[in-house]
Write a protein that binds this ligand. Structure first.
Ligand SMILES: *Cc1c(COP(=O)(O)O)cnc(C)c1O
Length: 384
């Protein structure tokens, strides 16, 4: 039996925390009721568990529970936020603004907007992946409905100045949406202080189960107007019909609570590991360079160029020992080069790997990771 490769792809997904799983289990069996069944205790028990999870998620971002809508993941939440706002606000305008480094879920919704008679502006970032908030102010028009800027980039880990962009959006009376899928449980989020009107997140990026996510939509001053994009029984205030997956929602609530409680400590631990890994690779690989802003960056993501070796070849030849990638999982599936790195106008994106760290990583595994990458890189570099 060969050992399992060391997992270094926490930005793609995370394992379910055993504590989270334990809390979920009774909701598959004993407490299996439909949360929408109001006439008996089976339904009421499930409904109470859903509401408790909703409160935990609201608390994590300083929102109110009634502002949280459960979805199947961040992708669905993003679709509901963008398309739902587009359909509900046509009297206000048809212009939407986003950034070129967004997740494909956002960019593909913007393609949908373009193809369905809306106008879009996609803003560039600087060579370190940062969006200048002034560019947002300059792009806003009288008919702008929404600005969408991700909090933490999933490929390079860069954190945008969400509070500054939120303030600009408030001043211009346009909705501000942020995809916080890589930020929830990792960076402090306060939707009130940051003037966020819509926020999306996902359970499986924070040690919760796959298949559940959320949309926060502000309900007062202003109340965000959304049309549903999925119709049915009118669940989730009519915005997302479909029976709620109680065990997944309970797991999401438990996961966010655990993540927020241990946030400072875990981020400090991962930052130390990330810096150690970064310094070792910069020292041992001639010409190595880091992608993305060095300060405004989440602790657990390192995107680094390791020339002259082809990144895909390095990932493949290490795959029996290390599990990591050259970019986002979604990009990998499409077999494209990274749109994020191309936007940074890197002369060559072929040498970039993404290492994303998380709970399971320990010093011993980190040491082994560094040895493996450096020696395999050296071996492959000989042939170039
Ligand atoms: C993973 C991810 C998504 C998609 O989330 P799903 O829940 O898998 O649909 C969206 N945005 C970012 C930044 C992500 O990292």
């Amino acid at each position: 039996m060969s050992e399992q490769p060391i997992y270094l792809d926490y930005a793609a997904t995370t394992p379910v925390d055993p504590r989270v799983l334990e809390i979920m289990l009774p909701y598959f069996t004993e407490h299996f009721g439909n949360p929408a069944s109001k006439s008996h205790s089976y339904g009421n028990t499930a409904a109470a568990a859903v509401e408790e999870a909703r409160e935990k998620l609201a608390k994590a971002i300083n929102a109110r529970p009634q502002e949280i809508i459960f979805t199947s993941g961040a992708t669905e939440a993003i679709n509901l936020a963008i398309k739902g706002a587009a359909l509900a606000n046509e009297s206000k305008g048809k212009h939407f603004i986003t950034v070129a480094t967004e997740h494909k879920a956002v960019l593909d919704c913007f393609d949908w907007l373009e193809n369905n008679g809306y106008e879009t502006t996609v803003l560039p970032v600087d060579s370190e992946g940062i969006l200048d908030p002034q560019q947002v102010a300059d792009a806003i028009r009288p008919n702008t409905v929404m600005v969408s800027v991700m909090m933490v980039n999933n490929e390079i880990g860069v954190i945008q100045d969400i509070a500054a962009i939120g303030a600009i959006c408030k001043q211009h009376d346009v909705y501000f949406m942020t995809d916080a899928t890589q930020g929830l449980g990792k960076e402090k989020i306060d939707v009130k202080a940051m003037n966020i009107d819509l926020l999306t997140a996902s359970s499986h990026k924070i040690y919760g189960p796959k298949g559940v996510g959320m949309l926060y939509a502000k309900r007062s001053n202003p109340r965000v107007r959304l049309d549903p994009i999925q119709h049915g029984g009118g669940h989730e205030k009519g915005l997302r019909s479909g029976t709620l997956p109680t065990p997944l929602i309970v797991g999401f609530g438990a996961a966010v609570q655990i993540a927020c409680k241990g946030m400072k400590k875990e981020q400090a631990r991962l930052r130390k590991f990330r810096d150690e890994l970064q310094n070792e690779l910069l020292n041992k690989v001639p010409g190595a360079s880091v992608n993305g802003h060095l300060e405004n960056r989440v602790a657990g993501i390192l995107n680094i160029n390791l020339p002259p070796v082809d990144a895909e070849a390095l990932v493949a030849s290490l795959s029996d020992r290390l599990a990591f990638s050259t970019g986002s999982a979604c990009t990998t599936e499409r077999i494209q080069s990274s749109h994020v790195l191309e936007i940074l106008r890197l002369t060559n994106t072929r040498h970039a790997i993404r290492l994303s760290l998380g709970l399971g990583l320990e010093q011993k595994l980190l040491d082994k990771t560094m040895t493996c990458i450096v020696s395999e890189h050296q071996r492959l570099a000989q042939f170039i």
